[in-house]
Write a protein that binds this ligand. Structure first.
Ligand code: NAD
Ligand code: 89Y
Length: 348
């Protein structure tokens, strides 16, 4: 019989509810403790998900619990300190995106994990959507030939500020919040990028950062990709939170349409693939696509702990995604093309 891994969740806020549901869906995992500086949130999570112990201090929790892993779905400014505590106790970490406020902090976290010899994965869930796993399979089949172009488009007018009010106050807003998902997807689909050009816009008044951006990437294997994303798009129906777009290769084209429908134009003609959702009891529209992917991300983390194989979005791997983010902000500020490999460097 598989031994159940004992985990804890630090941060029981808005998005953590999906994490808590997700862990409850995995038979070989048990969440034994939750922690939030806001005791009411920790208590509510423990009651809702039948979790034995609550803490308001991560220090106390690590000193009291024997954990096989910890999940940290707090906002990024807390990540270095909380992950550092976990490493000091030898506890593997899965950390929500964005990784940390800047690339130096990401490097320090990766170096601390390596020094403690503790696994670290970034919870980057878009690449774990059913949709993008199917896209990856189609690319791997070779049906499209050599990739030449890709566009990933994520545009919405939803009121993101009511669920996530902190987003209105951050200077580095939309590339950090959604662009990071698309940058990771671009690496997943088109390979590493060696050139980044970006333009940002602030469309809504009264917020601190950019709420729209367009990024152009040149990929080492030859493709060009465009990532465009906006929180200020008036559209009906609003596609939130779907990523739409297309991928072109020397032998065909794949269109990523709404409602998880892929259209493949290849040598054998045209076919449509309706990618299913998981059908989990707790998910609800419009969030289902993301909620399903949370569970797949968690599954991947647990499988990587059990097998000892580095996860796809390990801390180390995610430095390359974060370097693209820093390159995008540098490009937007300077109006220049930036070469991200010069930013990655070695972990401190
Ligand atoms: P939130 O503010 O609602 O929740 C964070 C919680 O962490 C709060 O309850 C807060 O009290 C708690 N907290 C903060 N510092 C703590 C500490 N030191 N110890 C214990 N608890 C602490 O934030 P949110 O909207 O849930 O977002 C959390 C993260 O999830 C953000 O980084 C956001 O970008 C990310 N997110 C990811 C996705 C996705 O699709 N992957 C979607 C939404 C949000
Ligand atoms: O914060 C964003 C994210 O990471 O995924 C969806 C989201 O919660 C709102 O756009």
């Amino acid at each position: 019989m598989t031994v159940r891994l004992k985990g804890a969740v630090i941060g029981c806020g808005f998005f953590a509810q999906n994490h808590l549901h997700g862990w409850a869906d995995l038979d070989d995992v048990e969440i034994v403790a939750v922690c939030d500086v806001d005791e009411a949130k920790a208590r509510a999570a423990a009651e809702k998900f039948g979790i034995a112990r609550i803490y308001t201090s991560a220090e106390t929790m690590f000193a009291s619990e024997a954990l096989d892993f910890v999940d940290i779905p707090t906002t990024m400014e807390t990540h270095e300190a909380l992950a550092g505590l976990a490493f000091a106790h030898g506890v593997p970490v899965i950390l929500q995106k964005p990784f940390a406020p800047d690339l130096d902090a990401c490097r320090r976290i990766v170096a601390a994990a390596a020094a403690a010899n503790v696994p670290l994965m970034i919870h980057e869930d878009f690449r774990f959507q059913n949709l993008f796993r199917t896209v990856r399979q189609i690319l791997d089949s070779g049906e499209l030939g050599r990739l030449t172009f890709g566009r990933l488009s994520w545009r919405t007018g939803i009121d993101v500020y009511s669920n996530q009010p902190y987003l209105a106050n951050v200077k580095r807003f939309m590339i950090m919040d959604v662009g990071i998902h698309l940058l990771d997807l671009a690496r997943f689909l088109f390979g590493e990028a060696n050139g980044v050009f970006c333009r940002t816009q602030q469309i809504q008044e009264g917020i601190a950062g950019e709420d729209a951006a367009t990024i152009l990437l040149s990929h080492e294997q030859g493709a060009t990709s465009i990532l465009d994303f906006s929180y200020a798009t008036k559209r009906d129906p609003d596609p939130f939170p779907q990523t739409l777009g297309e991928i072109e290769g020397t032998e065909g084209t794949l269109v990523i349409g709404a409602d998880q429908v892929l259209t493949v134009y290849g040598k054998g003609g045209t076919r449509r693939i309706a990618v299913p959702q998981d059908g989990r009891a707790w998910t609800s529209e419009p969030w289902t696509q993301i909620q399903d992917s949370v569970v797949h991300t968690q599954r991947h983390f647990i499988d990587s702990l059990r097998s000892g194989v580095e996860p796809e979005t390990s801390g180390r791997d995610s430095l390359a995604t974060y370097a693209l983010l820093e390159a995008a902000y540098l490009s937007a500020a300077s109006g220049r093309l930036i070469h991200p490999e010069r930013l990655v460097g070695d972990p401190a």
